[in-house]
Design a protein around this ligand. Structure first.
Ligand code: NAD
Length: 436
């Protein structure tokens, strides 16, 4: 076992090697490292190294021109030790088993860090929804929902939106399950539209959580919001909400980007104007945005642009050994899941750049998903002010716990967050004991 552990934590030290690593290798490497530090029971370590359950489905869809295409879909449950599994559904060409496994494991740890009673899961369909019509995406969603139905449920596993899925996707999902079960089953997913039992504040929750955590970090490092410049990579659900809320809180957002490229202004961007542009763009992109004093930049340039704080909020492994030495921000708050490779993490650490890890920084989404689930189970809905107040309380406490734990154990915030999370999951496994 020890040799196996040793093999797994020996990160390759060249970026050529680490670019071949996928996110699952990254997450398992971290888990191995944490297990060694915590002197974790090898049996519990072995449990955490594998997902509990994996389902792969072939999803046939009649496309608009009448031909059938078969997409591959996944639902992977990493752990149900602390409660029903919870995690988003992603539609993207890069979705594969290992990516979904990694994202599921991150969900287990995230729910533990913020202490909500869930395990972790993730799902996805390998597809490019930007090249599909709305009707095709709807048919694919309904068929996928029907095919993973045997393993999901409001006490088993509750999906939510992720990259390229949204409240509409969740509405189709919940409707499909309700039709097949012959009863209203809205509590099968979170992130739904408000009229279908969605929670006020859910849409912005991940970005709001990023902003709350950013504020806590600035307080600890003696900085003021209005003296902080921010660059945000990714302008979807997480990135746009984070940029908008940080802008409202007084930060100067100097750069934003999405899959179509980015824009920069040293004087601060007009975020309200950018949001109007994105809302009117047929594909919701920054493409074509122009304003006085605003330069176009590439995604790579965004990551290394002049800013105090960087919020990666697009996809995984964006900050790598090849660009980490050029990052000018002194703080990184990970809105995306797994945006930093292990090699980059080491470089950032050597450069004294503080990284607030994904499992803490972007947990606001799952926290408000939890509130939505609680509201659905009770058929009793909260005001937005109550949602935001409770979200703030949980994010501030979780940040404090991770910050203090990391200082006490003299480890970076990522390691501290993982250690705290693994301790909680391991405790739950220990108390439950092995069935049978
Ligand atoms: P989204 O689909 O709403 O937005 C993704 C954004 O990233 C889009 O603006 C897209 O154009 C951009 N993008 C894609 N490829 C890019 C690239 N190569 N360079 C720059 N930008 C690129 O997705 P989202 O829900 O905002 O999720 C973003 C990240 O946050 C993902 O890692 C997701 O797992 C994570 N996350 C999401 C939530 C949530 O509640 N939605 C919660 C926690 C974590």
């Amino acid at each position: 076992m020890e040799t196996q552990l040793q093999e797994a934590i020996d990160w390759p030290d060249t970026e050529i090697e680490s670019s071949r690593q996928n996110l699952w290798d990254t997450v398992r490497g971290m888990l191995d490292d944490v297990a060694l530090r915590l002197e974790l029971d090898p049996g519990i370590h072995a449990i955490l190294r594998q997902p509990e359950r994996e389902l792969t489905v072939s999803v046939p869809v009649v496309m608009d021109d009448g031909h059938i295409r078969v997409f591959t879909g996944y639902r992977i449950q990493h752990s149900s030790a602390r409660g029903p599994c919870k995690g988003g559904i992603r539609y993207h060409p890069a979705v594969d088993t290992d990516e979904v496994r990694a994202l599921a494991a991150l969900m287990t740890l995230k729910c533990a860090v913020v202490d909500i009673p869930y395990g972790g899961a993730k799902g996805g369909v390998q597809c490019d929804p930007t090249q599909m019509s709305q009707d095709e995406v709807c048919r694919m969603t309904r068929r996928f929902a029907a095919m993973i139905m045997p393993i999901i449920g409001s006490r088993r596993d509750i999906p939510a939106p992720d990259v390229n899925t949204n409240a509409q996707t969740m509405a189709w999902f919940a409707d499909t399950v309700s039709m097949l079960e012959g009863k209203t089953t809205m509590d099968i997913v979170t992130g739904k539209p408000i009229p279908l039992g969605g929670s006020l504040g859910r849409k912005e929750a991940t970005g709001r959580g990023v902003a709350i955590v950013t504020h806590e970090l600035l307080k600890r490092t003696g900085r003021d919001l209005d003296q902080t410049t921010v660059a945000v990579q990714g302008y979807g659900n997480v990135g746009s909400s984070a940029a908008t809320i940080l802008d409202h809180m007084g930060c100067k957002v100097t750069a934003v980007s999405d899959v179509s490229g980015g824009v920069y202004s040293g004087n601060g961007l007009d975020i309200a104007n950018i949001n109007r542009h994105v809302a009117n763009h047929p594909k919701g992109l920054l493409e074509g945005y122009e304003a006085p004093g605003v330069e176009k930049i590439s995604n790579d340039e965004l990551l290394t642009s002049e800013a105090d704080l960087l919020v990666p909020a697009a996809l995984e492994h964006q900050i790598r050994a090849d660009n980490a030495p050029d990052i000018r921000a002194k703080m990184i708050v990970e809105g995306a899941n797994g945006p930093t490779t292990p090699a980059a993490d080491e470089i950032l650490r050597d450069r004294d750049i503080i990284v607030v890890p994904d499992i803490l920084a972007n947990a606001g989404g799952v926290v408000v998903s939890y509130f939505e689930w609680v509201q659905d189970l009770q058929f009793f809905f909260w005001e937005e002010e109550e949602v935001n107040r409770n979200l703030r309380r949980i994010m501030v406490n979780s940040f404090k716990n991770v910050w203090e734990y990391s200082r006490q154990h003299e480890v970076p915030l990522r390691m501290g967050a993982y250690m705290l999370a693994v301790e909680k999951v391991a405790g739950a496994i220990h108390y439950r004991g092995m069935f049978p």
